[in-house]
Design a protein around this ligand. Sequence first.
Ligand code: HEC
Length: 118
Amino acid sequence: MIRTIILLAATVIMAQSPRLDSAANGKELFAKRCGGCHALDRDKEGPRLGGVHGRKAGSIASFEYSAALKKSGITWTDDNLNAWLTDTEKLVPGNEMTFRVVSAEERRAIIDFLKSSK
Ligand code: HEC
C-alpha cells in the first residue's frame, strides 16, 4: 500500500516537471522575448519571422530594413542566428534591432522553434 502511494506521488511529480522539448519551450520564449516586435506571419516593429531560417537577411520586401542589414549579405543559418541573438551589433554593425538574448540555452530553444516554423 505504502509502495503504491509512493509510486503515485512520484508519477504526479514527474508529470508536473517542466517540459524539456526545446522547440515547444522556444515557442513560449519567442512569444515572451520576441513577440513584442515580431510575429511569424506579419511585419510589426520587426520583420515577419516565419521561415526565417535559411532566408537571406533583409529580404522581406514589405519591411523597411536598415541599410546595414540589407547589405549584410548574410543568410540566417543556425550560426548566424546565434551570433545575431548574442550581439546584433557585432554581427551587423549599424543594424536597428536593439535586443539580445543572454542565455545560450534560450537562444538554442528559440532557434529550434524558428527552424520548425515556416
Ligand atoms: C525591440 C524590438 C525587437 C525585439 C524585442 C526583437 N527584435 Fe528582431 N528585429 C527588430 C528590428 C527593428 C529588426 C530589423 C533590423 C534592421 O533592419 O536592422 C529585426 C530583425 C530581426 C531579424 C532579421 C530578419 C530578416 O528578415 O533579415 C531576425 C532573425 C530577428 N530580428 C530575430 C529576433 C528574435 C528571434 C527575437 C527574440 C529573441 C527578436 N528578434 C527580438 C526588432 C526587434
